[in-house]
Ligand binder design. Structure first.
Ligand SMILES: Nc1ncnc2c1ncn2[C@@H]1O[C@H](COP(=O)(O)OP(=O)(O)OP(=O)(O)O)[C@@H](O)[C@H]1O
Ligand SMILES: O=C(O)C1=C[C@@H](O)[C@@H](O)[C@H](O)C1
Ligand SMILES: [Mg+2]
Length: 175
């Protein structure tokens, strides 16, 4: 039975790599953010603004437990999920955990063009976004570093790079 949790900061490529990896292994892919959006018929942004971050995190935790019971699945978590409650411990006990490690400069490049969909980044000027990412990575490092595997997600810009990363991840996990 395969159950893999992909973690990492926003824009690390959890959804991109997770989808491609699941296709390769021919098993379902579940994105925790999408799962919550479907379950509640609301966007992550709406859930955030209606419940506040604390309410969102509670919901995220219970949804993580729900998808964490699925078998033969690749799960990409929200960027913050590993950093609240005992979520990291839960994932380590229930599956294989991978931290997608991406250079802050690369994250900045990706996120500056896609920040509107992410409530935590909304309204930030490019000049403050870079520092915000660096500081957030420092704060979150103690959680992300508890993953069993660390994988470089710098190269996910086109189909060819994604395919190459999928093969490397497969090798790393011995699958
Ligand atoms: N070719 C590309 N050039 C630049 N940016 C890209 C390209 N392809 C994807 N991106 C961006 O890179 C980011 C990585 O994608 P992805 O959505 O998989 O990250 P994620 O880890 O799932 O983030 P989140 O935690 O916010 O869901 C996205 O913001 C996407 O818009
Ligand atoms: O890094 C975060 O805290 C977040 C990441 C996204 O995946 C979403 O779960 C939400 O926007 C919060
Ligand atoms: Mg995602």
């Amino acid at each position: 039975m395969i159950r893999i949790f992909l973690t990492g900061y926003m824009g690390a490529g959890k959804t991109t790599l997770g989808k491609a990896f699941a296709r390769k292994l021919n098993i379902p892919f579940v994105d925790l953010d999408w799962y919550m959006e479907e379950r509640f018929h609301k966007t992550v942004g709406e859930l955030f603004s209606e419940r506040g971050e604390a309410g969102f995190r509670e919901l995220e935790r219970s949804m993580l437990h729900e998808v964490g019971a699925f078998e033969n699945v690749i799960i990409s978590t929200g960027g913050g999920a590993p950093c609240f409650f005992d979520n990291m411990e839960f994932m380590n006990q229930n599956g294989i955990t991978v931290f997608l490690d991406v250079d802050p400069e690369v994250l900045f490049r990706r996120l500056r063009i896609a920040k509107q969909q992410r409530p935590i980044l909304q309204g930030k000027e490019d000049s403050e976004l870079k520092d915000f990412i660096v500081q957030a990575l420092e704060k979150r490092a103690p959680f992300y570093s508890q993953a069993q595997f660390i994988f470089c997600g710098d190269e996910l810009e086109d189909r060819w790079q994604i395919e190459k990363s999928v093969d490397k991840l497969r090798e790393l996990l011995n699958l």
